[in-house]
Design a binder for this molecule. Structure first.
Ligand SMILES: O=C(O)CCC(=O)C(=O)O
Ligand SMILES: [Fe+2]
Length: 265
């Protein structure tokens, strides 16, 4: 898989991203009943024109309180995929509030699945993404990067994640988060990132880029300590793989990753 430069966003060392070429991505889910075949979802960002009989999701007022029960009542038709086997396995995503992990739809409304509950045909190691993160986010040589898959996130209409900072992990060796956007059609759901002082913002608007002839997987790096949010999804489903990034260097490196590149190099 090749990776492409995303221009101005890359100038901001605290968050940058790109696109890796990819065909369809398959998600394999555990068998729910022993006599049923293992469910598989094939995700492709191909636009399907609405036709008679197809179900279309209505945009929802983001301020409208939603319940998990009605969230997937009307399903977006993903080509070759129905999301229900996936969403049935997911749980409501939590967020850290006053030191506690809680479900608060005001702060985060999304579903999530932990890595042991699915298998994904996307292989980060077959891409140049980690090499690019090492190259662009790393101020000094010799720092290796390890990515730990933390979850698959599913954002349906009205779902979002308000502005937050990710928690440090790995005894001070985490330096950021990698988000991979799986191919699906949706609107809204922009990922906005600000530097740690909240002054400069970068926007990763993947919905705009999906579904073209050369659709690929979008990715974004978010340096630890930076504010970020996922804006409300309006239509469709936004599916992301989220990785925590660990540095092989045991020094506290978070400050080095959050400076702008022209200051760092
Ligand atoms: O799904 C995303 O785009 C980002 C999720 C996020 O910020 C997180 O999991 O901490
Ligand atoms: Fe986050």
């Amino acid at each position: 898989m090749a990776s492409t430069d995303d221009g101005p966003a890359r100038e901001q060392g605290f968050s940058f991203g790109g696109c890796v070429k990819s065909g369809a991505v398959t998600l394999s889910l555990p068998e729910t009943l022993s006599d049923k075949p293992k469910p598989e979802l094939r995700l492709e960002a191909i636009h399907i024109a609405a036709s008679a009989g197809s179900q279309v999701e209505e945009p929802r007022d983001p301020s409208e309180p939603g319940s998990a029960g009605d969230k997937f009542g009307v399903q977006l038709q993903l080509p070759g995929a129905k999301l229900k086997p996936l969403t049935d396995l997911c749980s409501q995503a939590t967020c850290g509030l006053e030191g506690q992990n809680v479900v608060s739809e005001a702060h985060r409304r999304a579903l999530k699945l932990s890595p042991e509950s699915f298998d994904c045909s996307f292989r980060l190691e077959d891409t140049t993404i980690l090499a690019e993160i090492e190259r662009w986010a790393k101020p000094s040589p010799g720092i290796g990067v390890t990515a730990h898959l933390s979850s698959l996130n599913v954002y349906g209409p009205g779902d979002h994640f308000t502005r937050h900072k990710d928690s440090p992990q790995f005894g001070g060796r985490s330096f950021g988060t990698l988000v991979i956007g799986l191919p699906s059609r949706y609107t809204g759901g922009r990922l906005r990132v600000w530097n740690e002082r909240g002054q400069i913002g970068v926007e990763h608007d993947w919905a705009k880029q999906l579904g073209g002839e050369d659709a690929g997987l979008q990715w974004a790096f978010i340096a630890l300590g930076c504010w970020h949010e996922v804006q409300h999804v309006i239509q469709g489903h936004r599916l992301t793989l989220v990785y925590s990034l660990e540095s092989s260097n045991s020094r506290d490196i978070s400050n080095q990753f959050s400076v702008r590149p022209h200051e760092a190099r």
